[in-house]
Design a protein around this ligand. Structure first.
Ligand code: CA
Length: 232
């Protein structure tokens, strides 16, 4: 498989593990950057626009959970935790903070590489589904690659949940998505977004992307059922 097009940011302070991982990444054809602390990792993330982050939780300058939160303020990039913390609660906290996967130390490099390949497949699928890196409709533009949204010529800053909602609606444009479907797709793994809270997020999303949120151009409400993104 051709791995040459994916770039990985590895944030890990343990030199032995860092070496162990980078030797394998290199021999498997991945490009990568490494940082030994959270602040350095966040700087590299912004400077180099990688495709995947591998993140240790025990870092010298800040907790990895805080790093995940800060990454999520910047980007939708997939984040895989590599940590010695193996308690269920640690995993729940990391996933809730916005991580996409969690692997417990010690792990085999074979398993880590297999999980990286899962992200690559997902990424390819998303790219081919979208068929482009950008969605444009009237005065709304979504740049999937960079995770940036523009409305009426200006960039709007969405929270991770608002961004997920928008991408989900666009991917299913023209179709009504029920509260249930939205809840499952956006909140995932058994968590439920109550219709009440979905409404709150939708209202906030509309305020950001619609010129007139009282008469929405993009996100149409189907009362008592759910929402759909306008056909054209
Ligand atoms: Ca560490």
């Amino acid at each position: 498989m051709d791995n040459n097009n994916i770039c990985i940011l590895l944030i890990e302070d343990d030199k032995y593990i860092l070496n162990f991982i980078t030797v394998s990444l290199k021999s498997n054809g991945y490009r990568f950057f490494t940082a030994g602390n959270g602040a350095g990792g966040l700087a590299l993330l912004q400077a180099n626009n990688p495709d995947l982050v591998l993140l240790d939780l025990g870092l010298p300058d800040m907790d990895g959970i805080e790093v995940i939160r800060r990454i999520r303020q910047l980007s939708e990039i997939p984040v895989m935790i590599i940590s010695a913390r193996g308690q269920e609660q640690d995993k729940i906290t990391a996933l809730d903070a916005g991580a996409d996967d969690y692997i417990t130390k010690p792990f085999s490099m074979g398993e880590l590489l297999a999980r990286i390949r899962v992200f690559e497949r997902k990424r390819k699928k998303e790219q081919s589904m979208g068929n482009s890196e950008e969605f444009v409709c009237d005065y709304l533009t979504v740049n999937y690659e960079k995770g940036r949204v523009f409305a009426d010529g200006a960039e709007v800053h969405l929270t991770p949940i608002e961004y997920k909602l928008l991408v989900l609606l666009i991917a299913n444009r023209g179709k009504v998505l029920t509260h249930n479907t939205i809840s499952k797709e956006v909140w995932g793994y058994g968590e439920t977004g109550e219709p009440q809270s979905i409404r709150v997020y939708m209202a906030s999303l509309r305020r950001k992307i619609e010129k007139n949120s009282a008469q929405p151009r993009f996100i149409i409400t189907k009362v008592g059922v759910g929402y759909r993104f306008a056909d054209e």
